[in-house]
Design a protein around this ligand. Structure first.
Ligand code: F6R
Length: 353
């Protein structure tokens, strides 16, 4: 039930700190975050992980690749399910297929699962729904424990996916110990909470820049680029504003031609090493008349940034930088008087290919 909330989407955005804490609880055994040893061993023994997913789950998979490679030391490829089934790449010797699907029912993912099972490859499903098709048909399952996600636009499943993949990454590698993992995820929950306490800010940004615009851009570099992709998907699916997520460095290779007076461009800046370069892209956009908004991490922020988020572990920033973009999408759709929980032409689970 929605309770005091006007929409499920807003409720589910607000639930995210709670979901992160529940994931910590659910995966904690004997005072340590743990995953079934057979799953950990299977992932460790594989020579490459193939993440297969669609939509928001695909975008979470892009972050998963960063985590599994940086924290878990395991090479990862991320594939759009509906493409992989035809454009199947050359697969490594000992692959593990990781299906990321909130519903566990996405037909495009299932088509890949059927195909790779015939080839004798191992599979693991990361899903929010126990007993779902992808969960039943894969060798192993990891649950998101996010609680039912009712709004069509996926929010808490995205962060839950990233949180569970963080635990998996820490357990297969040795770059993050148990205490650190627990500590860093707890910080994330607290920071998300404080972002959710600033709703007026996001309402104001959406009202000022997105109420009447026809298009919008999210830009970022490094891990922020993947966040920009999910931020853009969220905004377009519920506000119907044509929105693109771009690698900030690519702007000058073509996209900047689209910037005109008043075009909203929202930059995500969470990493020290890309801070100055992304900021110079923001300046380029501004000098061409674009309306720029900067979402940054506190330690690298500048006074003029509209959204400043407390620092978290550098590889876990997507868990927090995505939240302002979810709220911006929500308020943009609200200002445009749209059906937020049931956007046109979309279904919660897509069971046709
Ligand atoms: C976006 C959205 C869709 C789903 C996609 C995959 O907000 O809801 O893009 O993410 O259809 O669905 P699952 O994760 O159920 O496989």
């Amino acid at each position: 039930e929605k309770g005091v909330y006007p929409h499920f989407m807003l409720k589910e955005i607000d639930e995210q700190p709670f979901v992160i804490r529940r994931i910590i609880q659910e995966y904690e055994k004997d005072g340590k975050l743990q995953i079934d040893q057979e799953i950990v061993d299977t992932v460790k023994e594989s020579d490459r992980i193939y993440i297969i997913a669609a939509g928001t789950s695909y975008n979470a998979g892009l972050i998963g690749k960063q985590l599994l490679e940086k924290i878990g030391n395991k090479p990862v490829e991320v594939h759009i399910a509906s493409e992989f089934v035809y454009n199947t790449p050359i697969v490594s010797k000992k692959p593990l297929f990781l299906f990321v699907s909130q519903s566990g029912e996405t037909a495009d993912c299932r088509a890949v699962l059927v195909k790779i099972k015939k080839l004798g490859y191992k599979s693991l499903t990361l899903t929010n729904v126990e007993g779902s098709t992808l969960s039943r048909e894969a060798d192993y399952t990891l649950l998101l424990h996010a609680g039912p996600e009712i709004a069509v636009a996926s929010t808490k499943a995205y962060t839950a996916n990233i949180a569970v993949l963080t635990i998996l990454s820490a357990l297969i590698g040795d770059n993050m110990n148990h205490e650190e993992l627990h500590h860093e995820l707890s910080i994330v929950a607290t920071v998300i909470e404080s972002i959710c306490d600033e709703k007026e800010l996001f309402d104001e940004i959406a009202g000022k820049y997105l109420k009447d615009t026809r298009n919008c851009f999210y830009i970022g570099r490094h891990i922020d680029y993947y966040v920009a992709l999910e931020a853009a998907l969220k905004l377009k699916e519920i506000s119907y504003i044509q929105t693109e997520g771009f690698a900030a460095g690519e702007l000058k290779h073509g996209t900047i031609a689209l910037i005109e007076k008043g075009t909203p461009v929202i930059a995500v800046i969470s990493q020290d090493e890309i801070n100055l370069n992304t900021r110079s892209n923001v300046k380029e956009v501004k000098s061409r008349g674009g309306n720029t908004v900067v979402i940054s991490q506190k330690s690298i922020s500048q006074k003029t940034d509209q959204v400043i988020i407390d620092d978290v572990h550098p590889t876990l920033t997507p868990l927090v930088t995505i939240v302002p973009t979810q709220l911006i999408a929500y308020y943009a759709a609200l200002h445009r008087d749209l059906d937020i929980d049931k956007p046109r032409n979309l279904a919660k689970s897509v069971t046709v290919e």
